[in-house]
Design a protein around this ligand. Sequence first.
Ligand code: ZN
Length: 558
Amino acid sequence: MAHAVKELFPAVKLAIGPATEEGFYYDFDIDRPFTPEDLSLIENKMKELIKKDNPFTKKSMPRKDAIELFKKIGEDYKAEILSEIADAEVSVYEEGAFIDLCRGPHVPSTGVIKAFKLLSIAGAYWRGNEKNKMLQRIYGTAFNKEKDLKDYLVFLEEVKKRDHRKLGKELDLFSISEDIGPGLILWHPNGAIIRKTIEDFWRDEHYKAGYNLLYSPHIAKLNLWQKSGHLDFYRENMYSPMEIEGIEYELKPMNCPFHINIYKSSLRSYRELPIRYAELGTVYRYERSGVLHGLLRVRGFTQDDAHIFCREDQIESEILNILDFTLFILKTFGFESYDVYLSTRPEKYVGTLENWESSTNALKQALEKKGLSYQVDPGEGVFYGPKIDIKIKDSLNRSWQCSTIQVDFNNTERFDVTYRGSDGKVHRTIMIHRALMGSLERFFGILIEHYAGAFPLWLAPVHIGILTIAERHSDYALQIAGALKLNGIRIEANLENEKIGYKIREATIRKVPYLVIIGDKELAENKLTVRKRNGENMGPFTIDELIEIIKAQIGSRQ
Ligand code: ZN
């Protein structure tokens, strides 16, 4: 692609062009943005180059020679990259009249490339820094077979249709406003009722699972974050402090120190443990505006956080509990397939070797008892302890990192978290951090895409839409609406003087799960037919039958 761009736009300078999980991109320094027409020109030129079957030839040379070479042909970005790497010897690849700095490897020749497509254009700052020049990026992808490429393009169409930012607007779920600020989410009524439903479920199930729920403030003294180590390890993700009566305070990036404070508010005995604290805790983290993305990457979000304080001999059973609980919660939202990772001790760590060994073993034991297959990521644990990460697969088979379970030897040390043992001595408490959904914002974004906006009944903002055919049906419709509402069913009655076809279309666009249409027949027979989102009909039911059916379905979270 870079060769084709160079031939068509000789003044272009090449920046970087890596392979990615989904394909590749290249950043070009050019005086105007690329257009869709440019992309087809470039694709045609690429096809010509493929036809020529030019070999890719690797050449090694001393770094300073390579700098000279790229300076001479005006590729300043390449010279800049070279001037900053340590290697004495570097490699370039040649293909026809084209030369590029590259470690390789490459396919042997252009003819090997069977199926490719240029996908999109975007602006990108050199080195991702908004102070640098804006470059023009072209994204593309390539496959071994034309069929695989076609399947991938169909998949991309589906991804586009499900984009939570698009559906968020269409279904009036949430917005992000320039006036409020980037990365800060406004939950509209339709989104808020879904969030409330998720939160109610989450809270109820936590009480059932033996957790206590907490609330904690959004700010705390800067000193607290000094003590917790966040100022040393996490400063670039925190906002500037604010001053209150001469003392500096900071927006919280994490909930942990608050929970520790509550744990430490009295002396704990071995008999009290485990203590499980959970909070839907809102935190604020500094993310560069360039990486913000709808609900998936934001600056203010609510973690479904919990901290478990336990004895060392309780780690395994607690992890087992958490795993059961996590899978139950995820299954409720239709996620039944997971990738599980166990991350072990990195080179830089706190805590003792014995701590690490026994807790890593406890995590392993729990995973094995649960019969979960997992992958070990050696050395990928956080410096403060080993962890389990669970990635869920959505309806398009995409992976999302949501749940994490982490043992922490750092905070318990820094805050001197202890309990009195059966031996009468003071022992260090074990602390486990855990989030199931990750954050409500991100999880909501994933749910919107997973369900393509067609939420199951229990989550849907409106359970039943009531549509009248003519004005004379209004009183009966309101009577039905009242009865449903009394039973906690979320309804919306459309009594407008519009054609029924129009009313059905409008409710279908908003993906309302059930519609009850009220006309002369319903009025005469006192029975209701329910139209499902997919157009199928259920019924007829009496109003009491309908209430029972809907309540049962909501109750079993379908
Ligand atoms: Zn924590």
